[in-house]
Ligand binder design. Structure first.
Ligand SMILES: *[C@@H]1O[C@H](CO)[C@@H](O)[C@H](O)[C@H]1NC(C)=O
Ligand SMILES: *[C@@H]1O[C@H](CO)[C@@H](O)[C@H](O)[C@H]1NC(C)=O
Ligand SMILES: *[C@@H]1O[C@H](CO)[C@@H](O)[C@H](O)[C@H]1NC(C)=O
Ligand SMILES: *[C@@H]1O[C@H](CO)[C@@H](O)[C@H](O)[C@H]1NC(C)=O
Ligand SMILES: *[C@@H]1O[C@H](CO)[C@@H](O)[C@H](O)[C@H]1NC(C)=O
Length: 355
C-alpha cells in the first residue's frame, strides 16, 4: 500500500514544486523565442538595408549581372522593378538616377530638353513645383521613390528601356529646408546630382522679373512663355525692360548667391557635377545652333565621358573604342578614360565643355 502510495505522494509533491518548474521552463522558452525573433528580424533588416535596388526599387526577378561595371560605378547602377508594368526584355538594362538641382531662369529647362532629346533618358520636369509633394520629407521621399522606380507619369516618360531617369528640382522648392535628408537619400540610393547654375545673377534676376511680367502680359499670342523657341519670340520678350528696385538689388543678389553656395556645400558629399549656364552657352556648337541636341554635346569628348558615366553604359563602351581608335597615344586615352571625373569633386563643368 505504502509503496503504491509513495509514487502518488511523490507525484503530488512534484506537482507542488511544478509551478516554479513550469515558470522556469516557460521563461526559458520565452527567452529562446525572443532571441530567435530578434535574430530573424535583424537578419531581415540587414537584408533590406543593403543599398541599391533591393530596398525601394523592388525585389522581384533574378539579380542582373553587374560584372561589366567598374567597382565604383556599381552603387549608381540600378535595375528597378516597377510595380505597375514589366520592363520586359530591358529588365537588366541598367538605370542611372539623377536630379538636376537648379534655380529658376538658369538654363535648366533648356538643359533638360537636351537630355530628353536622347531616346533613353527621361527627365520628368519640375515635379516639386506642386506644394503638397514637398510639404515634408516623407512626402518628398515617397515622390522620389516613384520617380526612381520608373513609375512617374509625365510627357517625358519613355520606354521600358530607359537608361537614366530624373527630374529638375529648384533649390527654393524645399531642397534647402530638407537638405540633410535629401543628401542622405541621394547617397543611399545612388542618385547623381547635376547642378545647373548661372554665374551672372544679375541677368538671372532680370530674367525672373521679365518672366513674372510675361505671366500677366502674355506677349506671344496671349500665351505665357517661360521658354522661347525662336529668335523672333526671344526678341519680342526681350523688348520688355524691367525696372530694378535698387534698394532690394544687392540683398537679392546676395541671397541668391548664398543659396547657390550653400547648396554646393550641402550636396558636396553626393556624386555631383556642376554646369554653369554661361559655360554651356560658350560651347561654339551650342552657340551657333539653337536646335543643337544632346548628341552633339555627347560627342564632345570630355562631356561625353561625363554624360556616359552617369547615363548610358552603351555609350561608355562606344566612347572607349572611339578614344582607343582615335588616339595616337593609346595609353593616354585609356588613362583619361579610366580616371572617373565624377570622383574628382573639384572639377567643374567648364573643364568638360571647354577642353
Ligand atoms: C536605347 O536603348 C535601346 C535598348 O537598350 C538600345 O538598343 C539603344 O541603342 C539605346 N539608344 C541609345 C541612343 O543609346
Ligand atoms: C506630411 O505631409 C502630408 C501631406 O501634407 C501629411 O498628410 C502628413 O501627415 C505629413 N507627415 C508628417 C510626418 O508631417
Ligand atoms: C524696394 O525694396 C525695398 C527693400 O526690400 C522695399 O522696402 C520697397 O518697398 C521696394 N520698393 C518697391 C517699389 O517695390
Ligand atoms: C542644328 O542642329 C540640328 C540638330 O542636330 C541639325 O538638324 C541642323 O542641321 C543644325 N543646323 C545648322 C545650321 O547647323
Ligand atoms: C582634380 O581636379 C583638379 C582640378 O582640375 C586637379 O588639379 C586634380 O589633379 C584632380 N585630381 C584627380 C585625382 O584627378
Amino acid at each position: 500500500m505504502d509503496r503504491e502510495a509513495n509514487p502518488i505522494s511523490s507525484l503530488s509533491r512534484a506537482s507542488k514544486k511544478s509551478p516554479y518548474m513550469l515558470l522556469l521552463v516557460l521563461l526559458f522558452v520565452v527567452m529562446v523565442f525572443g532571441l530567435y525573433i530578434c535574430f530573424v528580424s535583424f537578419k531581415q533588416i540587414s537584408v533590406s538595408l543593403k543599398p541599391k535596388e533591393i530596398s525601394i526599387l523592388g525585389t522581384a526577378g533574378p539579380p542582373c549581372d553587374t560584372h561589366e561595371f567598374q567597382l565604383e560605378e556599381i552603387p549608381y547602377v540600378h535595375f528597378p522593378h516597377p510595380k505597375s508594368y514589366s520592363r520586359e526584355e530591358c529588365k537588366c538594362t541598367p538605370v542611372r538616377l539623377f536630379t538636376i538641382l537648379s534655380m529658376q531662369r538658369s538654363g535648366s529647362g533648356w538643359f533638360e530638353t537636351l537630355l530628353n532629346s536622347h531616346p533613353n533618358i527621361s527627365s520628368n520636369g519640375e515635379i516639386f513645383s506642386v506644394k503638397q509633394r514637398r510639404s515634408n520629407f516623407s512626402t518628398i521621399s515617397r515622390t522620389l521613390d516613384v520617380v526612381y522606380r520608373l513609375e512617374w507619369v509625365s510627357s517625358a516618360a519613355k520606354n521600358d528601356c530607359v537608361a537614366a531617369v530624373g527630374f529638375k528640382w529648384m533649390l527654393n522648392q524645399a531642397v534647402m529646408d530638407y537638405h540633410r535628408q535629401i543628401a542622405n537619400y541621394f547617397n543611399w540610393k545612388g542618385v547623381s546630382v547635376i547642378f545647373v547654375l548661372r554665374r551672372n545673377l544679375l541677368r538671372r534676376l532680370v530674367s525672373v522679373l521679365a518672366n513674372a511680367y510675361d505671366r500677366d502680359a502674355k506677349q506671344i499670342n496671349g500665351i505665357h512663355k517661360s521658354h522661347v523657341h525662336t529668335r523672333e519670340e526671344a526678341d519680342l520678350l526681350a523688348r520688355y525692360k524691367p525696372t530694378l528696385n535698387v534698394s532690394a538689388l544687392i540683398p537679392d543678389l546676395i541671397s541668391a548667391e548664398r543659396m547657390m553656395r550653400d547648396s554646393l556645400e550641402y550636396f558636396k558629399t553626393t556624386r555631383h557635377m556642376i554646369f554653369y549656364y554661361e559655360d554651356l552657352i560658350k560651347n561654339p556648337k551650342v552657340k551657333h545652333n539653337a536646335t543643337f541636341t544632346l548628341a552633339h554635346l555627347l560627342y564632345h569628348k570630355h562631356t561625353y565621358v561625363f554624360i556616359s558615366n552617369i547615363f548610358v553604359h552603351s555609350y561608355y563602351q562606344k566612347l572607349k573604342s572611339f578614344l582607343e581608335y582615335q588616339s595616337q597615344n593609346l595609353r593616354a586615352a585609356r588613362l583619361r578614360f579610366t580616371s572617373n571625373p565624377f570622383l574628382n569633386r573639384s572639377i567643374i563643368g567648364r573643364k568638360f565643355i571647354g577642353g
